[in-house]
Design a protein around this ligand. Structure first.
Ligand code: ATP
Length: 340
């Protein structure tokens, strides 16, 4: 288990990480550190790896302080955005790199290379030059290289950022499966909330040098700590609601207090909505009206003026046009209650 206590990191006079307390591991095989560009997540990951000095606080693993332990003695594996494979060496030599340094013999190293190539689903490529690999293959090899010495923690810094969108989703799932199969607790830095949800059991959201929320993806989306987190996770509207009579009353309809909303305290409550939280359908008897429409593939993204004047974004599965009257139905599992 990795434990950060009051960690502060500065570049010169510029403090970019402000007193972070964070626990990673425990029962969660994969933890995502999610945040917008420049919030300090790579800096924090680099400090955990030992690549960046901390100005204050402590970093411990399984109870022992590693704050002053050099990078190669921490027993952490690291994968960067662009893999950073050694171009002059073969795939096998890249993967075996950390093994030779630890005194592992040739036969044993070669068996471990094969084992890892199987794990990352690239069997039989040990003799290939790394310059001949596709971006996705190179990242799998980088992952194999990081896992080869059996690190006690794996750190992935935006491992998918350099890849095409299509490949990213596939590799996100593959990486998540590979690190689980290896049994190595993993921290993955990403700015993409979809990727975080695909890969991680626990997501910590970072903003401006501070971790502002930590929960399972499901809980994070339904119980964001504040409006900033909700918007960062894709909420398009934050509207006023109220918890009363066993339901969350929202301007788009009542939502039962089940799932992650169990135990929500009564009273006023901000409600976070994404376009797919609200389903609309043509209904001339309704008082809600379409004010804008953008066609999507197989559905329509619509802007709706509710009776009373509030506008929210919504989804229609049948065609709607500006001026149409529509019925409005909340999709309970996609509606969030903001704040503690
Ligand atoms: N070597 C450095 N020297 C000075 N400032 C730096 C250095 N590296 C990062 N910074 C600054 O520290 C802040 C945090 O950067 P960091 O790379 O950790 O953010 P990030 O959340 O990982 O963003 P990104 O996804 O864009 O990399 C930014 O303001 C950045 O400009």
């Amino acid at each position: 288990m990795l434990t950060l206590h009051d960690v502060t990191i500065r570049y010169g006079a510029h403090e970019v990480v402000h007193g972070v307390d964070w626990a990673v591991g425990g029962n969660a095989p994969v933890t995502a550190l999610l945040g917008p560009s420049g919030c300090g997540k790579s800096t924090l990951l680099r400090a955990i790896a030992g690549l960046e000095p901390i100005a204050g606080g402590s970093i411990a693993f399984d109870g022992s302080d590693v704050s002053r332990v050099p990078v190669h003695r921490r027993d952490f594996g690291i994968v960067f955005q662009d893999g950073q494979l050694f171009p002059g060496r073969t795939v096998g030599q890249n993967i075996a790199y950390g093994l030779a340094r630890r005194g592992v013999g040739r036969a044993q190293a070669s068996a471990r290379v094969d084992e890892l190539l199987d794990l990352v689903q690239l069997p039989g490529v040990a003799g290939r030059r790394v310059t001949e690999l596709s971006g996705g293959q190179a990242q799998r090899v980088a992952l194999a290289r990081a896992l080869a010495p059996r690190p006690r923690l794996l750190l992935l810094d935006e491992p998918l950022a350099a890849l095409d969108r299509l490949l990213r989703e596939d590799l996100a799932v593959a990486i998540s499966e590979i690190v689980r199969a290896s049994g190595t607790p993993t921290v993955v830095v990403t700015h993409d909330h979809g990727e975080a949800a695909l890969m991680a059991d626990v997501v910590s959201v970072m903003n401006d040098g501070v971790i502002v929320d930590t929960a399972s993806p499901q809980r994070l989306w339904r119980r964001p700590a504040d409006a900033w987190v909700a918007r960062f996770l894709g909420a398009t509207d934050i509207v006023d609601g109220v918890v009363a009579g066993g339901v969350l009353r929202t301007p788009v309809g009542d939502v039962a207090l089940d799932g992650e909303l169990v135990g929500l305290t009564g009273g006023a409550r901000a409600v976070s909505l994404r376009p797919d939280s609200v389903l609309v359908e043509r209904d001339q008897t309704s008082k809600a009206e379409v004010t804008r429409v953008r066609p999507l593939v197989g559905s329509w993204h619509a802007w709706i003026r509710l009776p009373g004047g509030l506008e929210v974004q919504a989804t229609a599965n049948g065609e709607v046009r500006v001026g149409d009257r529509v019925s409005v139905t909340p999709m309970p599992e996609r509606i969030g209650a903001v704040g503690r």
